[in-house]
Write a protein that binds this ligand. Structure first.
Ligand code: ADP
Ligand code: ASP
Ligand code: MG
Length: 409
């Protein structure tokens, strides 16, 4: 079998752990499988490099930022290739450029456009294990780009698609995908299987276990995906197409996103074109708007509230305060102390009452709901940030997601 293995930052967090990964790769290679290994930078390294850039400039150039950030993965590929060779496994380290990972032009969140698998295939045919730097590529100007935080997951999945791998195994520091972040909910249960769509929702609604774009990529290209723990040999979580068995439970997981802020623009005139002007202005300011609600008061004025990533808040304030409607400046209120909590499950398609249970669980805890949004397989509520953990634990209990006797903890 041809397998892509990806090891995240904690798994290659220090010298001993890199040796440990080398031993795992060696054992897998000994079974006769052909392997391509993708690695992240050491845990904390990308944050450290970001801090260095911020110490140089309040607004560091994105091109230089990418060059800087991509250096973290260069270190780990070189070290792992050395460890593998030392352990008797022929291996070679490759940067994104060296394996032909071509991306869009945009820095710090480039998209992968093409991977020429030639160099990887050549190494494989020579019995060499290629060790590929995650998170990076090169654009048409020959400049190094990065793929957004957590982007090594995307590298792994895209490499697996490009070389037609039989499977992509994502090794991390927990046993797989859980019903909730196991760092917050101690009774969270590892899922044996999760549907691509559920994982995509969980990831995009805040569960940072896999980068959202990597899940979308795997879904679109049909890459069989598994999430496992690099520190033990327990079975992980298989990411599969949805099936009837999965729909038996209404909810598969709960998640949260604390990186949001709520903005309200009050007393807007209630006629066609107002929302369109507001959101056009925000989109020109490169603001990513998420939830939106609009209320028309009896007097005929409109309030529009929406959520944005906290990091976009300054741009929102600048863009909206520069706007005028009918000669009047806009009134804007901002609440950055919010969190979005969500319940996700393909079973929601066929079970009713999920929203009622979610709202009544929050009400019992006296947690106020500030915004609500739903789709076919998820319900999200915006609440005060301080209640995030209480809300997540209460919802996890209310939907009986926890481990029962006999489950692996
Ligand atoms: P890596 O460095 O291996 O890429 P990440 O830190 O990006 O690892 O992702 C793994 C982390 O994701 C876990 O340590 C866990 O705290 C967090 N996480 C959040 N939600 C979930 C979930 N539903 N299931 C599993 N892990 C989750
Ligand atoms: N090192 C990058 C990050 O910390 C990419 C990754 O780990 O996936 O975001
Ligand atoms: Mg990650």
């Amino acid at each position: 079998m041809l397998i892509v293995q990806k090891y995240g930052g904690t798994s290659v967090g220090d010298v001993d752990r890199i040796h440990h990964v080398a031993e795992r790769v060696k054992a897998a290679a000994a079974t006769g499988d052909q392997l391509v290994v993708v690695v992240s930078a050491m845990a904390g390294e990308t944050d450290r490099l970001t801090g260095l850039a911020e110490a140089m400039s309040h607004n560091p150039s994105a091109r230089e930022m990418d060059l800087l950030l991509s250096s973290g993965e260069r270190v780990t590929i070189a070290l792992l290739a050395m460890a593998l060779t030392g352990a008797g496994v022929p291996a070679q380290a490759f940067t994104g450029r060296q394996v032909g990972i071509e991306t869009s032009a945009v820095h710090t969140r480039a998209r992968i456009e093409r991977i020429s698998g030639a160099r990887l295939k050549k190494a494989l045919s020579e019995g060499v294990v290629p060790v590929v730097a995650g998170f990076q590529g090169v654009n048409a100007h020959s400049d190094v780009t990065t793929l957004g935080r957590g982007g090594s997951d995307l590298t792994a999945v895209a490499v697996a698609a490009a070389i037609g791998a039989d499977r992509c195994d994502i090794y991390t520091d927990v046993d797989g995908i859980y019903t909730a972040d196991p760092r917050i909910v101690t009774s969270a249960r590892k899922l044996e299987r999760v549907a691509f769509e559920e994982l995509r929702e969980l990831a995009s609604l805040g569960a940072k276990v896999l980068q959202t774009r990597s899940v979308l990529f795997a879904m679109r290209h049909g890459v069989p995906l598994q999430v496992l723990n690099s520190f033990n040999d327990r079975p992980g979580t298989l990411v599969t197409e949805e099936d009837v068995a999965m729909e038996q439970e209404a909810v598969s997981g709960v998640t949260y996103d604390r990186n949001q802020a709520k903005v309200t623009v009050a007393d807007l005139p209630d006629h066609p074109g107002v929302a369109s002007r507001l959101f056009e202005t925000l989109s020109k300011a490169d603001v990513l708007v998420d939830m939106i609600i609009q209320n028309v008061s009896r007097e005929g004025a409109t309030d529009i509230s929406f959520t944005v990533p906290r990091g976009d808040l300054e741009r929102v304030k600048a863009a909206v305060s520069a706007m005028e409607l009918e000669g009047e400046p806009l009134q804007i209120e901002v609440d950055a102390e919010i969190a979005k909590i969500s319940v996700v499950g393909v079973g929601m398609r066929s079970h009713s009452g999920v929203a009622t249970r979610m709202f009544s669980t929050l009400a019992e805890r006296e947690i106020n709901i500030k915004m609500i949004s739903t789709s076919e397989i998820k319900i999200s509520c915006v609440i005060d940030d301080i209640y995030t953990e209480l809300a997540i634990r209460s919802l996890h209990d209310a939907f009986a997601l926890g481990a029962t006797d006999g489950d692996t903890p």
